[in-house]
Ligand binder design. Structure first.
Ligand code: SF4
Length: 255
C-alpha cells in the first residue's frame, strides 16, 4: 500500500447506471492502486448491482442503526429498530426521555443491549446539545471536519460507526472501513492487513474523489462480497466476481 497520486486516465464517469467512479487522489502515491480500486468497484457493481444503502426511514434511524449493528447481524438490528419504532423511541428526544430499562428492553434483539442503550442515550444527548433533533438532527448539517470528531467523542462510537453516520446519515463522503475491507485488500495484495483504520480510510479517500454516492456504494459492495464470498477461513474465490484479479493470492483458489 503506497500513497496516492491522481491517475489522470481514471478521471472519467462510469456508465450512466453507476454511481460515478472517479479514480484519482489528492495526495501522492500509486496510480496502479487507483486502477485496482476501479477494477474492484466495477466488478462488484456488475455482479451485485446497486445496494441501496443504508436501509432506514430517516437519518436518525440510520444513526441509531449504526450503533445497533455493532457486533451483530443486520436481521437483529431490524428487530430492534422495529421495537424502537413501535415504542415511539426513534428520535433523540424520545431516547433521551426514556428510562434506560425501556430503551434496553426495546433494543434487546441487537445484543449487548445495556451497553448499546447507554451509547444511544449518549448519542441523543450529543444531538440535543447541538440543536434540532427529529428525523434529521441538526448536527448532520455540520461539515464532516466538525461532525466526525463530535461523534468520536461519544462513548462507544469508534471510527467505523462514526464514518457510517457521516456517510449514510449525513450524506458526506467519509469512507467506511470494516473487517471485510481489510481482508479483501490483503487477499488482493493491496494491503498487509494490519494497517490502522485511519491509514486504510485515508488510502481510499486519497484515491477516490470525495463523492458520497461512490463511497456509499463502494462500502456496501465490499460488505456484499465479504458477506457472501470472502469468509475468514474459506473464501469462495472460484464463484467470486473478483476471482480473475491477476494479483489475487492464487492459493486462495485452491481452498
Ligand atoms: S472470495 Fe476470493 S476473490 Fe472474492 S474477494 Fe475474497 S479473496 Fe477475493
Amino acid at each position: 500500500m503506497g500513497t496516492c497520486p491522481r491517475p489522470p486516465e481514471l478521471a472519467h464517469a462510469g456508465r450512466s447506471a453507476w454511481p460515478p467512479f472517479t479514480g484519482g487522489g489528492r495526495l501522492s502515491g500509486s496510480p496502479e492502486a487507483g486502477r485496482r480500486l476501479e477494477f474492484i468497484y466495477r466488478r462488484l457493481f456488475d455482479h451485485f448491482g446497486p445496494r441501496g444503502w443504508w436501509p432506514g426511514d430517516s437519518p436518525f434511524e440510520v444513526m441509531a442503526g449504526a450503533i445497533l449493528t455493532q457486533n451483530t447481524a443486520w436481521r437483529n438490528v431490524e428487530k430492534a429498530v422495529a421495537n424502537l419504532s413501535a415504542a415511539g423511541l426513534l428520535s433523540a428526544e424520545a431516547m433521551s426521555a426514556a428510562s434506560h430499562e425501556a430503551l434496553a428492553q426495546a433494543i434487546r434483539p441487537s445484543g449487548y443491549f445495556n451497553v448499546k442503550a447507554r451509547r444511544l442515550k449518549a448519542l441523543a444527548e450529543l444531538i440535543l446539545a447541538n440543536g434540532r433533533g427529529g428525523a434529521r438532527p441538526e448536527l448532520l448539517d455540520w461539515p464532516q471536519e466538525r461532525l466526525r470528531p463530535a461523534l468520536l467523542g461519544v462513548s462507544g462510537v469508534g471510527p467505523e460507526t462514526a464514518d457510517c453516520i457521516v456517510l449514510y446519515a449525513a450524506g458526506q463522503p467519509s469512507f467506511v472501513v470494516d473487517a471485510y475491507t481489510r481482508r479483501i485488500l490483503a487477499r488482493h495484495g493491496l494491503a498487509r492487513g494490519d494497517e490502522s483504520y485511519q491509514d486504510l480510510r485515508a488510502w481510499f479517500m486519497c484515491h477516490l474523489e470525495p463523492e458520497s454516492r461512490l463511497y456509499n456504494e463502494y462500502h456496501a459492495l465490499i460488505v456484499a462480497v465479504g458477506h457472501q464470498k470472502c469468509g475468514p477461513r474459506r473464501p469462495r474465490c472460484p464463484s467470486c466476481p473478483l476471482s480473475d484479479d491477476p494479483l489475487l493470492d492464487k492459493a486462495l483458489l485452491e481452498i
